[in-house]
Design a protein around this ligand. Structure first.
Ligand SMILES: CC(C)(COP(=O)(O)OP(=O)(O)OC[C@H]1O[C@@H](n2cnc3c(N)ncnc32)[C@H](O)[C@@H]1OP(=O)(O)O)[C@@H](O)C(=O)NCCC(=O)NCCS
Length: 145
Protein backbone atom coordinates (compact mmCIF):
# COMPACT_ATOMS: atom_id res chain seq x y z
CA UNK A 1 0.00 0.00 0.00
CA UNK A 2 2.37 2.78 -1.13
CA UNK A 3 5.54 3.71 0.72
CA UNK A 4 5.74 3.45 4.50
CA UNK A 5 6.51 6.56 6.46
CA UNK A 6 8.08 6.98 9.89
CA UNK A 7 8.71 9.92 12.16
CA UNK A 8 5.15 10.84 13.02
CA UNK A 9 4.86 13.05 16.09
CA UNK A 10 1.87 13.94 18.28
CA UNK A 11 1.16 17.48 19.49
CA UNK A 12 -1.70 18.34 21.80
CA UNK A 13 -4.28 20.35 19.91
CA UNK A 14 -4.45 24.13 20.17
CA UNK A 15 -6.54 26.87 18.56
CA UNK A 16 -4.18 26.71 15.58
CA UNK A 17 -5.62 23.30 14.73
CA UNK A 18 -9.31 24.23 14.51
CA UNK A 19 -9.35 24.62 10.73
CA UNK A 20 -7.34 21.47 10.15
CA UNK A 21 -9.63 19.45 12.42
CA UNK A 22 -12.64 20.77 10.51
CA UNK A 23 -11.04 19.74 7.23
CA UNK A 24 -10.50 16.24 8.64
CA UNK A 25 -14.11 16.09 9.76
CA UNK A 26 -15.21 16.81 6.19
CA UNK A 27 -13.44 13.63 5.07
CA UNK A 28 -15.41 11.41 7.40
CA UNK A 29 -17.48 8.77 5.72
CA UNK A 30 -20.83 8.93 7.57
CA UNK A 31 -21.43 5.24 6.88
CA UNK A 32 -18.13 4.16 8.32
CA UNK A 33 -18.49 6.29 11.40
CA UNK A 34 -20.47 5.63 14.53
CA UNK A 35 -20.52 8.90 16.39
CA UNK A 36 -20.48 11.51 13.61
CA UNK A 37 -23.27 11.33 11.07
CA UNK A 38 -24.08 14.96 10.38
CA UNK A 39 -21.46 17.57 9.51
CA UNK A 40 -21.49 20.33 12.16
CA UNK A 41 -21.22 24.00 11.22
CA UNK A 42 -17.80 25.54 11.78
CA UNK A 43 -19.12 27.34 14.87
CA UNK A 44 -20.46 24.12 16.32
CA UNK A 45 -17.14 22.48 15.60
CA UNK A 46 -15.23 25.22 17.44
CA UNK A 47 -17.58 24.90 20.40
CA UNK A 48 -17.07 21.15 20.50
CA UNK A 49 -13.28 21.28 20.31
CA UNK A 50 -12.94 24.05 22.88
CA UNK A 51 -15.25 22.20 25.29
CA UNK A 52 -12.36 19.74 25.85
CA UNK A 53 -14.47 16.68 25.14
CA UNK A 54 -11.63 14.17 25.42
CA UNK A 55 -9.01 13.28 27.97
CA UNK A 56 -6.26 13.83 25.37
CA UNK A 57 -6.47 15.06 21.80
CA UNK A 58 -3.50 15.29 19.46
CA UNK A 59 -2.76 16.32 15.90
CA UNK A 60 -0.41 13.96 14.09
CA UNK A 61 2.49 15.73 12.39
CA UNK A 62 4.76 14.37 9.68
CA UNK A 63 7.52 16.49 8.10
CA UNK A 64 5.97 19.71 9.39
CA UNK A 65 2.59 18.80 7.97
CA UNK A 66 -0.59 17.94 9.81
CA UNK A 67 -1.71 14.52 8.66
CA UNK A 68 -4.35 13.39 11.13
CA UNK A 69 -5.73 13.38 14.59
CA UNK A 70 -5.90 10.90 17.46
CA UNK A 71 -7.65 11.15 20.80
CA UNK A 72 -8.26 9.25 24.01
CA UNK A 73 -11.62 9.68 25.75
CA UNK A 74 -12.23 9.68 29.50
CA UNK A 75 -13.51 6.10 29.05
CA UNK A 76 -10.18 5.13 27.43
CA UNK A 77 -11.63 4.92 23.94
CA UNK A 78 -9.28 5.72 21.10
CA UNK A 79 -10.40 7.60 18.00
CA UNK A 80 -8.08 8.10 15.05
CA UNK A 81 -8.54 9.81 11.71
CA UNK A 82 -5.95 10.36 9.01
CA UNK A 83 -6.10 12.53 5.89
CA UNK A 84 -7.15 10.50 2.89
CA UNK A 85 -3.85 10.66 1.02
CA UNK A 86 -1.83 9.62 4.07
CA UNK A 87 -3.63 6.39 4.91
CA UNK A 88 -2.12 2.92 4.60
CA UNK A 89 1.47 4.10 5.13
CA UNK A 90 1.94 3.12 8.75
CA UNK A 91 1.18 6.53 10.22
CA UNK A 92 -1.81 5.18 12.12
CA UNK A 93 0.25 2.47 13.72
CA UNK A 94 2.90 4.95 14.83
CA UNK A 95 0.33 7.33 16.24
CA UNK A 96 -1.37 4.53 18.15
CA UNK A 97 1.94 3.44 19.70
CA UNK A 98 2.77 7.00 20.69
CA UNK A 99 -0.64 7.65 22.24
CA UNK A 100 -0.36 4.47 24.31
CA UNK A 101 3.18 5.29 25.41
CA UNK A 102 2.15 8.80 26.47
CA UNK A 103 -1.01 7.59 28.21
CA UNK A 104 -0.52 4.19 29.84
CA UNK A 105 -3.83 2.48 30.73
CA UNK A 106 -4.83 -1.07 31.69
CA UNK A 107 -6.96 -1.29 28.59
CA UNK A 108 -8.07 0.73 25.60
CA UNK A 109 -11.27 0.55 23.59
CA UNK A 110 -12.08 1.49 20.00
CA UNK A 111 -15.62 1.94 18.75
CA UNK A 112 -15.55 0.89 15.14
CA UNK A 113 -18.46 0.58 12.77
CA UNK A 114 -18.80 -2.95 11.38
CA UNK A 115 -19.02 -1.28 7.94
CA UNK A 116 -15.54 0.18 8.36
CA UNK A 117 -13.51 -2.79 7.12
CA UNK A 118 -10.14 -0.98 6.85
CA UNK A 119 -10.39 0.31 10.33
CA UNK A 120 -11.38 -3.13 11.69
CA UNK A 121 -8.26 -4.53 10.00
CA UNK A 122 -6.20 -1.74 11.48
CA UNK A 123 -7.25 -2.34 15.07
CA UNK A 124 -7.01 -6.14 14.75
CA UNK A 125 -3.54 -5.84 13.31
CA UNK A 126 -2.58 -3.74 16.31
CA UNK A 127 -3.72 -6.31 18.87
CA UNK A 128 -7.31 -5.25 19.56
CA UNK A 129 -9.96 -7.96 19.98
CA UNK A 130 -13.67 -7.66 19.36
CA UNK A 131 -15.71 -7.70 22.59
CA UNK A 132 -19.19 -6.54 21.58
CA UNK A 133 -21.53 -5.46 18.82
CA UNK A 134 -23.81 -2.67 19.93
CA UNK A 135 -27.23 -2.18 18.31
CA UNK A 136 -28.80 1.25 17.99
CA UNK A 137 -32.43 2.40 17.79
CA UNK A 138 -32.87 6.02 16.68
CA UNK A 139 -35.83 8.41 16.82
CA UNK A 140 -36.34 8.01 13.07
CA UNK A 141 -36.66 4.27 13.35
CA UNK A 142 -39.04 4.52 16.33
CA UNK A 143 -41.31 6.86 14.36
CA UNK A 144 -41.29 4.53 11.39
CA UNK A 145 -42.61 1.51 13.30
C1 LIG B 1 -8.08 3.48 10.09
C2 LIG B 1 -6.87 4.37 9.98
C3 LIG B 1 -6.73 5.22 11.24
C4 LIG B 1 -5.63 3.46 9.86
O1 LIG B 1 -4.44 4.23 9.80
P1 LIG B 1 -3.41 4.00 8.63
O2 LIG B 1 -2.24 4.87 8.85
O3 LIG B 1 -4.11 4.09 7.33
O4 LIG B 1 -3.04 2.48 8.91
P2 LIG B 1 -1.58 1.87 8.92
O5 LIG B 1 -0.93 2.23 7.63
O6 LIG B 1 -0.85 2.15 10.18
O7 LIG B 1 -1.94 0.36 8.98
C5 LIG B 1 -2.33 -0.23 7.80
C6 LIG B 1 -3.13 -1.44 8.15
O8 LIG B 1 -4.47 -1.09 8.49
C7 LIG B 1 -5.34 -1.54 7.46
N1 LIG B 1 -5.66 -0.35 6.68
C8 LIG B 1 -6.40 0.65 7.15
N2 LIG B 1 -6.60 1.60 6.24
C9 LIG B 1 -5.95 1.23 5.14
C10 LIG B 1 -5.79 1.81 3.86
N3 LIG B 1 -6.37 2.96 3.51
N4 LIG B 1 -5.04 1.19 2.97
C11 LIG B 1 -4.46 0.03 3.31
N5 LIG B 1 -4.60 -0.55 4.50
C12 LIG B 1 -5.32 0.02 5.42
C13 LIG B 1 -4.63 -2.67 6.80
O9 LIG B 1 -4.87 -3.83 7.53
C14 LIG B 1 -3.19 -2.28 6.90
O10 LIG B 1 -2.36 -3.37 7.12
P3 LIG B 1 -1.13 -3.62 6.11
O11 LIG B 1 -0.33 -2.36 6.06
O12 LIG B 1 -0.42 -4.78 6.68
O13 LIG B 1 -1.81 -3.91 4.79
C15 LIG B 1 -6.94 5.30 8.74
O14 LIG B 1 -7.01 4.53 7.58
C16 LIG B 1 -8.08 6.29 8.78
O15 LIG B 1 -7.92 7.39 9.23
N6 LIG B 1 -9.28 5.92 8.29
C17 LIG B 1 -10.44 6.78 8.27
C18 LIG B 1 -10.94 7.13 9.63
C19 LIG B 1 -11.45 5.97 10.41
O16 LIG B 1 -12.18 5.14 9.90
N7 LIG B 1 -11.02 5.87 11.69
C20 LIG B 1 -11.40 4.80 12.56
C21 LIG B 1 -12.56 5.15 13.43
S1 LIG B 1 -12.02 5.33 15.11
Amino acid sequence: MGQRISGVTLKEISEDDLQFLYKLLKQRDPDANISHKVMPSYDEHVKFVTSKPYSKWYVMHYKKQKIGSIYLTKQNEIGIFILNGMRGKGAGEEALRLLIKLNPRDRYLANVSPKNKKSIQFFKKNGFNIIQHTYELTKNEINRS
